[in-house]
Design a protein around this ligand. Structure first.
Ligand code: SF4
Length: 317
């Protein structure tokens, strides 16, 4: 169970990304995006599993070695084998990480790589990119709904926005659960996320609506809901879906706006649809109209503000 931290969202991170000299070559992989831009928003929990099992820096580099169903973690010449140590440490460590709201991994590592890590054929330098780092795999198996991403992929603005949307939604869910869940809470939660979910997947939104409409055993329903919810948010929101969502919201203002204001909002939405404006522009205009003509149902929509504006996440598309 996620241990909710009301202060700040805790994000696990490969220690080398924060500049710790823990890599096999004694260096680091400092990410200025993580270490500078993200630190005001999150509490980082850095971890280097390889150092944690007693390896030093510098050290022999290790790799995933595949032979049939067996997978080892060892040096190229096989003289250093940390398979058992790393597996045991990872299995134990992930049990302490239930309070995390997300994880940022260093790519390609046999320990921290989240995907496409090379698995070598024993005794060769040949391999394929079918592997997952030992620690990353254990964490993702233990917390399959936890938002995870590789640092390099966060430079893609679409992937970045999707990751942080999930981080804040994951936290929001657990914040609600922390207070004690009621049927009313679940219905309200779904209502607040309506337009965000629609932007990600109309099918997912409808599926979640059916779950909420048929609450029998609350805990089981909540678990089912959260699984579909997080998987729906994983689907990338498209410009087409955002346009449709914005037009739905626009409908709530039709009695209030002047003809000129309606034209202005429609134009902003269509310019966004054509790729001439970022999403932030029509959203900002809608928020402006909301201050003039409050509509509580729309004001409560997470869609209009799913993460702090200072993270600058709605410029990508
Ligand atoms: Fe340590 Fe992971 Fe960075 Fe490798 S990728 S140095 S194991 S934190």
């Amino acid at each position: 169970m996620y241990k909710f931290n009301p202060q700040r969202i805790q994000i696990g991170i490969s220690a080398c990304l924060l500049g710790e000299k823990v890599r096999f070559d004694g260096g680091h992989k400092l990410s200025s995006y993580c270490s500078q831009e993200l630190t005001p928003f999150f509490e980082f929990r850095p971890l280097c599993p390889e150092m944690a099992i007693g390896l030093s820096a510098p050290r022999k580099s290790i790799r995933l070695v595949r032979e049939g169903q067996s997978l080892w973690v060892q040096s190229r010449d096989g003289s250093l084998d940390v398979t058992d140590k790393l597996n045991e440490f990872s299995a134990r460590k992930v049990e302490e990480l239930s309070g995390l709201g997300g994880y940022i991994f260093c790519a390609k590592s046999p320990t921290c790589g989240m995907e496409r890590v090379i698995e070598y054929k024993r005794g060769t330098d040949n391999g394929n990119k079918a592997g997952i780092g030992v620690f990353a795999r254990k964490l993702m198996e233990r917390f399959p709904l936890l938002p995870v991403e590789e640092e390099g992929r966060l430079h893609d603005l679409v992937l970045r926005e999707n990751f942080f949307t999930r981080v804040y939604a994951y936290h929001d869910w657990h914040q609600m659960r922390h207070k004690g869940l009621t049927k009313h809470d679940l219905v309200q939660f779904h209502s607040r996320y309506k337009y965000l979910l629609m932007a990600h997947s109309q099918k997912g939104y409808r599926e979640l609506g059916l779950i909420v409409a048929n609450i029998h055993e609350l805990e089981a329903t909540a678990d089912q809901y959260f699984k579909v919810f997080m998987n729906t948010l994983k689907i990338h929101a498209t410009r087409k879906n955002h346009t449709c969502t914005l037009q739905h919201i626009q409908g709530y203002f039709k009695k209030h706006l002047t003809a000129a204001q309606k034209v202005e909002l429609s134009e902003m939405i269509m310019k966004y649809r054509e790729g001439l404006l970022p999403l932030l522009v029509p959203i900002t205009l809608i928020n402006h109209y909301l201050r003039q003509f409050p509509v509580p149902y729309i004001e409560n929509q997470v869609y209009l503000s799913p993460h702090p504006q200072e993270l600058k996440l709605r410029y990508a598309y």
